[in-house]
Design a protein around this ligand. Sequence first.
Ligand SMILES: O=C(O)[C@H](CS(=O)(=O)O)OP(=O)(O)O
Ligand SMILES: [Mg+2]
Length: 234
Amino acid sequence: MKTIETCVSPDLLELHELTNKTVIVVDIFRASSTIVTALSNGVNTILPVKDLDQCKAYKEKGWLIAGERNGKQAEGFDLGNSPLAYLNLQFAEENVAMTTTNGTRAISLARKQAAEVLIGSFLNLHATANYLQNSTNDVLVLCAGWKGKFNIEDSLYAGALSLALNWKHDCDATFAMESLYRQVGTNLSDFLQKASHAKRLQNHDLEKDINFCLGIDQYNSVVYLSDEGLKLKH
Ligand SMILES: O=C(O)[C@H](CS(=O)(=O)O)OP(=O)(O)O
Ligand SMILES: [Mg+2]
Protein backbone atom coordinates (compact mmCIF):
# COMPACT_ATOMS: atom_id res chain seq x y z
CA MET A 1 0.00 0.00 0.00
CA LYS A 2 1.19 3.51 -0.82
CA THR A 3 2.00 6.04 1.91
CA ILE A 4 1.62 9.78 2.46
CA GLU A 5 3.58 12.00 4.83
CA THR A 6 3.71 15.72 5.53
CA CYS A 7 6.71 18.05 5.85
CA VAL A 8 5.37 21.14 7.65
CA SER A 9 8.21 23.49 6.63
CA PRO A 10 10.81 23.62 3.84
CA ASP A 11 13.43 23.99 6.59
CA LEU A 12 12.64 20.41 7.72
CA LEU A 13 12.82 18.90 4.24
CA GLU A 14 16.26 17.38 4.74
CA LEU A 15 14.76 15.11 7.42
CA HIS A 16 12.55 13.44 4.79
CA GLU A 17 13.48 10.84 2.18
CA LEU A 18 12.34 12.01 -1.25
CA THR A 19 13.75 9.33 -3.53
CA ASN A 20 11.03 7.71 -5.67
CA LYS A 21 8.42 9.99 -4.13
CA THR A 22 5.98 12.45 -5.64
CA VAL A 23 6.30 15.72 -3.74
CA ILE A 24 3.21 17.93 -3.65
CA VAL A 25 4.28 21.51 -2.95
CA VAL A 26 1.49 23.54 -1.35
CA ASP A 27 1.29 27.25 -0.59
CA ILE A 28 -2.44 27.94 -0.22
CA PHE A 29 -1.92 31.71 0.46
CA ARG A 30 -1.11 32.27 -2.31
CA ALA A 31 1.61 30.93 -4.63
CA SER A 32 0.35 27.40 -5.31
CA SER A 33 -3.27 28.62 -5.66
CA THR A 34 -2.05 31.28 -8.09
CA ILE A 35 0.02 28.81 -10.12
CA VAL A 36 -2.91 26.37 -10.45
CA THR A 37 -5.24 29.24 -11.45
CA ALA A 38 -2.82 30.70 -14.00
CA LEU A 39 -2.15 27.40 -15.78
CA SER A 40 -5.84 26.43 -15.65
CA ASN A 41 -6.62 29.73 -17.37
CA GLY A 42 -4.29 29.16 -20.29
CA VAL A 43 -0.84 30.29 -19.15
CA ASN A 44 1.67 28.09 -20.97
CA THR A 45 4.51 27.74 -18.44
CA ILE A 46 5.38 29.18 -15.04
CA LEU A 47 9.01 29.20 -14.07
CA PRO A 48 9.60 29.44 -10.30
CA VAL A 49 12.61 31.67 -9.70
CA LYS A 50 14.49 32.29 -6.45
CA ASP A 51 15.14 36.02 -6.38
CA LEU A 52 13.77 39.24 -7.81
CA ASP A 53 16.79 40.10 -10.00
CA GLN A 54 16.93 36.63 -11.55
CA CYS A 55 13.21 36.89 -12.26
CA LYS A 56 13.49 40.36 -13.85
CA ALA A 57 16.02 39.01 -16.36
CA TYR A 58 13.23 36.94 -17.98
CA LYS A 59 11.53 40.14 -19.17
CA GLU A 60 14.18 40.46 -21.90
CA LYS A 61 13.33 36.94 -23.10
CA GLY A 62 9.72 38.01 -23.71
CA TRP A 63 8.32 36.44 -20.53
CA LEU A 64 5.87 38.09 -18.17
CA ILE A 65 7.38 38.57 -14.73
CA ALA A 66 5.47 38.03 -11.47
CA GLY A 67 7.13 39.19 -8.27
CA GLU A 68 5.89 39.42 -4.70
CA ARG A 69 7.59 40.29 -1.43
CA ASN A 70 5.81 40.74 1.92
CA GLY A 71 2.41 40.34 0.29
CA LYS A 72 2.87 43.15 -2.25
CA GLN A 73 3.66 43.22 -5.97
CA ALA A 74 7.36 43.98 -6.37
CA GLU A 75 8.29 47.19 -8.18
CA GLY A 76 8.81 46.88 -11.92
CA PHE A 77 6.95 43.55 -12.21
CA ASP A 78 3.97 42.83 -14.51
CA LEU A 79 2.13 40.82 -11.87
CA GLY A 80 2.16 40.14 -8.14
CA ASN A 81 0.91 36.96 -6.47
CA SER A 82 -2.86 37.24 -6.90
CA PRO A 83 -4.73 34.33 -8.51
CA LEU A 84 -7.45 36.76 -9.58
CA ALA A 85 -5.10 38.44 -12.07
CA TYR A 86 -5.10 35.28 -14.21
CA LEU A 87 -8.85 34.82 -14.64
CA ASN A 88 -10.58 35.31 -18.00
CA LEU A 89 -7.77 33.93 -20.17
CA GLN A 90 -6.04 37.31 -20.52
CA PHE A 91 -2.60 35.70 -20.26
CA ALA A 92 -3.36 32.61 -22.36
CA GLU A 93 -0.26 31.15 -24.06
CA GLU A 94 2.08 33.44 -22.07
CA ASN A 95 5.14 32.26 -20.15
CA VAL A 96 5.52 33.67 -16.64
CA ALA A 97 8.66 33.78 -14.48
CA MET A 98 7.55 34.00 -10.84
CA THR A 99 9.15 34.70 -7.49
CA THR A 100 7.24 34.82 -4.17
CA THR A 101 8.18 34.90 -0.48
CA ASN A 102 7.62 31.22 0.35
CA GLY A 103 6.10 29.19 -2.49
CA THR A 104 8.74 29.45 -5.20
CA ARG A 105 11.50 28.71 -2.66
CA ALA A 106 9.71 25.50 -1.61
CA ILE A 107 9.38 24.40 -5.24
CA SER A 108 13.12 24.94 -5.83
CA LEU A 109 13.96 22.78 -2.79
CA ALA A 110 11.59 19.97 -3.80
CA ARG A 111 12.93 19.67 -7.33
CA LYS A 112 16.39 18.60 -6.10
CA GLN A 113 15.62 15.02 -5.16
CA ALA A 114 12.00 14.04 -5.83
CA ALA A 115 10.91 11.63 -8.56
CA GLU A 116 8.13 14.04 -9.48
CA VAL A 117 6.93 17.43 -8.22
CA LEU A 118 3.27 18.49 -8.36
CA ILE A 119 1.61 21.70 -7.19
CA GLY A 120 -1.29 21.30 -4.77
CA SER A 121 -4.08 23.67 -3.73
CA PHE A 122 -7.68 23.38 -2.58
CA LEU A 123 -8.61 24.56 -6.09
CA ASN A 124 -7.42 21.27 -7.62
CA LEU A 125 -7.62 18.97 -4.57
CA HIS A 126 -9.44 15.99 -6.08
CA ALA A 127 -7.83 16.27 -9.53
CA THR A 128 -4.45 15.84 -7.79
CA ALA A 129 -5.78 13.03 -5.56
CA ASN A 130 -7.16 11.14 -8.59
CA TYR A 131 -3.83 11.45 -10.39
CA LEU A 132 -1.96 10.13 -7.33
CA GLN A 133 -4.31 7.14 -7.04
CA ASN A 134 -3.09 6.05 -10.49
CA SER A 135 0.62 6.52 -9.71
CA THR A 136 2.88 3.97 -8.03
CA ASN A 137 4.81 6.59 -6.02
CA ASP A 138 4.52 7.34 -2.33
CA VAL A 139 3.68 10.97 -1.56
CA LEU A 140 5.25 13.73 0.52
CA VAL A 141 3.31 16.96 0.98
CA LEU A 142 5.77 19.84 1.31
CA CYS A 143 4.15 22.82 3.02
CA ALA A 144 5.70 26.16 2.00
CA GLY A 145 4.87 27.61 5.44
CA TRP A 146 5.90 31.16 6.23
CA LYS A 147 9.57 32.12 6.25
CA GLY A 148 10.51 28.65 7.51
CA LYS A 149 7.73 28.44 10.08
CA PHE A 150 4.64 26.22 10.23
CA ASN A 151 1.40 27.63 8.89
CA ILE A 152 -2.04 26.13 9.32
CA GLU A 153 -3.43 26.48 5.79
CA ASP A 154 -0.74 24.50 4.00
CA SER A 155 -0.74 21.72 6.61
CA LEU A 156 -4.54 21.56 6.56
CA TYR A 157 -4.35 20.89 2.83
CA ALA A 158 -2.15 17.87 3.64
CA GLY A 159 -4.96 16.58 5.89
CA ALA A 160 -7.53 17.12 3.14
CA LEU A 161 -5.38 15.32 0.55
CA SER A 162 -4.70 12.43 2.92
CA LEU A 163 -8.42 11.98 3.59
CA ALA A 164 -9.10 12.04 -0.15
CA LEU A 165 -6.43 9.38 -0.76
CA ASN A 166 -7.25 7.19 2.25
CA TRP A 167 -3.74 5.65 2.24
CA LYS A 168 -1.79 4.46 5.22
CA HIS A 169 0.63 6.73 7.06
CA ASP A 170 2.89 6.73 10.04
CA CYS A 171 3.21 10.51 10.27
CA ASP A 172 1.80 12.51 13.17
CA ALA A 173 1.59 15.73 11.14
CA THR A 174 -0.65 13.98 8.60
CA PHE A 175 -2.66 12.33 11.39
CA ALA A 176 -3.20 15.67 13.19
CA MET A 177 -4.18 17.50 10.03
CA GLU A 178 -6.61 14.78 8.92
CA SER A 179 -8.34 15.11 12.30
CA LEU A 180 -8.42 18.89 12.05
CA TYR A 181 -9.74 18.85 8.49
CA ARG A 182 -12.52 16.46 9.56
CA GLN A 183 -13.49 18.90 12.33
CA VAL A 184 -13.30 22.01 10.16
CA GLY A 185 -15.34 20.34 7.41
CA THR A 186 -17.34 22.77 5.31
CA ASN A 187 -16.30 25.74 7.52
CA LEU A 188 -12.88 25.95 5.87
CA SER A 189 -13.28 29.60 5.00
CA ASP A 190 -14.48 30.70 8.50
CA PHE A 191 -11.69 28.69 10.12
CA LEU A 192 -8.84 29.93 7.93
CA GLN A 193 -9.87 33.60 8.14
CA LYS A 194 -8.23 33.42 11.58
CA ALA A 195 -4.92 32.07 10.23
CA SER A 196 -1.95 34.45 10.60
CA HIS A 197 -1.36 34.57 6.86
CA ALA A 198 -5.01 35.37 6.14
CA LYS A 199 -4.76 38.24 8.64
CA ARG A 200 -1.60 39.47 6.87
CA LEU A 201 -3.42 39.41 3.54
CA GLN A 202 -6.47 41.13 5.08
CA ASN A 203 -4.13 43.98 6.10
CA HIS A 204 -3.33 44.37 2.40
CA ASP A 205 -7.06 44.36 1.46
CA LEU A 206 -6.78 40.94 -0.13
CA GLU A 207 -9.93 39.28 1.27
CA LYS A 208 -11.03 38.38 -2.26
CA ASP A 209 -7.79 36.45 -2.76
CA ILE A 210 -8.29 34.57 0.52
CA ASN A 211 -11.81 33.51 -0.41
CA PHE A 212 -10.77 32.50 -3.91
CA CYS A 213 -7.87 30.35 -2.65
CA LEU A 214 -10.28 28.40 -0.40
CA GLY A 215 -12.61 27.31 -3.21
CA ILE A 216 -12.46 23.52 -3.38
CA ASP A 217 -12.19 21.75 -6.75
CA GLN A 218 -12.57 24.80 -8.96
CA TYR A 219 -10.19 23.25 -11.49
CA ASN A 220 -9.80 19.71 -12.78
CA SER A 221 -6.08 20.35 -13.30
CA VAL A 222 -2.90 18.53 -12.38
CA VAL A 223 0.18 20.77 -12.33
CA TYR A 224 3.67 19.30 -12.55
CA LEU A 225 7.24 20.54 -12.72
CA SER A 226 8.88 19.79 -16.08
CA ASP A 227 12.41 20.70 -17.21
CA GLU A 228 10.96 23.92 -18.70
CA GLY A 229 8.92 24.91 -15.65
CA LEU A 230 5.44 24.28 -14.26
CA LYS A 231 2.85 22.99 -16.71
CA LEU A 232 -0.55 21.32 -16.83
CA LYS A 233 -0.65 17.54 -17.27
CA HIS A 234 -2.69 16.64 -20.34
O1 LIG B 1 1.88 36.64 -1.46
C1 LIG B 1 1.64 35.92 -0.49
O2 LIG B 1 0.51 35.61 -0.14
C2 LIG B 1 2.82 35.44 0.37
C3 LIG B 1 3.43 36.68 0.96
S1 LIG B 1 3.83 36.69 2.64
O3 LIG B 1 4.33 35.37 3.03
O4 LIG B 1 2.62 37.03 3.37
O5 LIG B 1 4.85 37.71 2.86
O6 LIG B 1 3.76 34.73 -0.40
P1 LIG B 1 3.71 33.14 -0.66
O7 LIG B 1 5.03 32.77 -1.31
O8 LIG B 1 2.56 32.90 -1.59
O9 LIG B 1 3.52 32.50 0.67
MG1 LIG C 1 2.07 31.25 1.70
